[in-house]
Design a protein around this ligand. Structure first.
Ligand SMILES: [Fe+2]
Length: 355
């Protein structure tokens, strides 16, 4: 299968993975032949990329980093908590449901063989906060695992990250969903979601105070230019420093109401370029080694004029995956060629084109 930007998908293409909305409902099943009207509907719903069957790439496996079932459990628990707070902010949170969801995510990730290549998820923008929270949690857990965290620490971190934006329910929706640039006053209002979240979470005896600190500190920056307190360096708890990288990366690669998503490799470049200013350099190193810069299935253009798709990750060289090419200068090759880009240092990936 391959990843295809929806603007290149033509009627007749076959879905390789189901399209699921934020409530875990299957909108279209794997195996469905897409019609022009399905494609139009998905476009208006904000879906950007689809997994399409491709016989030439039948050996490329793309599973979600977590199962669809686990994702559903995670969405349900966030939904439950949001509703709970709306109903009576003085009640304590149903923390157990979040704990179960995060434990299930950890189990999935620990048993997954190729997390790296599988961090790409299909998404629409009807449900940004849910997707964002779940995807940021997955990425944080991957970084936590790569940093050698115990399961107890992973759980503490994951629960905090899954609820890191919970304070947004107290920020007026008109500001959250505004499509034009924010005024200074509006931005000040957005900034408060960190403190609101901390206040909501810290009151719970069942929840570690460190988890609450993820909500409080995920917008702080290594050099002290973040918010709400502008603390810097190791004054920011390591969960906060780790969540900051995951949060920014996920936000950049997701579709937002106010701009189009960018490709994973561009988000990677951006984060690396912000390097030691915004992020903890040690965690940044972990990130650089553990992110699929070019997720499996992605369409790529090489510096030698050949075009094809990523077929497998190279754990030691995340930006030099295995690729299979089918075209050269837009002419079809007589037979596809596989490269391990780690062995061809002179060949560069110059563009991502999910055709
Ligand atoms: Fe946030």
């Amino acid at each position: 299968m391959r990843l295809a930007n929806i603007r290149y998908v033509e009627a007749g293409a076959i879905l390789a993975r189901p399209v699921i909305n934020s409530f875990g409902m299957v909108l279209l099943r794997a195996g469905v032949h897409l019609t022009a009207s399905y494609i139009e509907r998905l476009k208006t719903m904000g879906y950007d990329v689809l997994f399409i069957q491709d016989d030439r790439l039948a050996d490329v496996e793309i599973h979600g980093a977590i199962t669809d079932q686990t994702r559903k459990v995670a969405y349900k628990s966030i939904e439950l908590i949001s509703k709970f707070i709306e109903r009576d902010p003085k009640d304590s949170l149903p923390v157990d449901s979040i704990r179960r969801a995060v434990q299930q995510m950890i189990n999935d990730l620990l048993s997954s063989s190729d997390i790296l290549g599988n961090l790409t998820e299909i998404q629409g923008y009807d449900d940004y906060t849910f997707h964002h929270s779940v995807n940021t949690t997955i990425l944080s857990l991957v970084l936590g695992m790569a940093s050698g965290y115990s399961e107890r620490k992973l759980l503490e971190l994951g629960m905090g990250v899954l609820m890191h934006d919970i304070g947004k329910i107290k920020v007026p929706e008109v500001i959250l969903n505004k499509k034009t640039p924010l005024t200074e006053i509006e931005f000040e209002e957005i900034k408060k979601h960190t403190t609101y979240g901390f206040e909501i979470l810290r009151k719970n005896n069942d929840l570690s105070l460190l988890s609450a600190h993820v909500a409080f500190q995920h917008q702080e920056k290594w050099d002290g230019t973040g918010y709400p307190r502008g603390i810097k360096g190791s004054a920011i708890h390591e969960y906060g420093r780790l969540a900051a990288i995951a949060d920014v990366y996920e936000a950049l690669t997701s579709e937002r109401v106010y701009r189009r998503a960018i490709e994973p490799n561009e988000a990677y470049e951006y984060i690396v370029s912000q390097g030691n200013k915004h992020f903890d350099p040690k965690i940044l190193e972990v990130f650089k080694k553990n992110i699929a810069v070019y997720p499996s299935g992605s369409g790529i253009l090489l510096s030698n004029g050949q075009r094809g798709n990523v077929i497998k990750q190279n754990p030691a060289f995340p930006n030099r995956p295995f690729v299979r090419v089918f075209y050269e200068n837009d002419e079809t090759l007589t037979a596809p060629i596989d490269y391990n880009l780690a062995e061809y240092p002179s060949i560069m990936i110059i563009a991502v084109e999910n055709r």
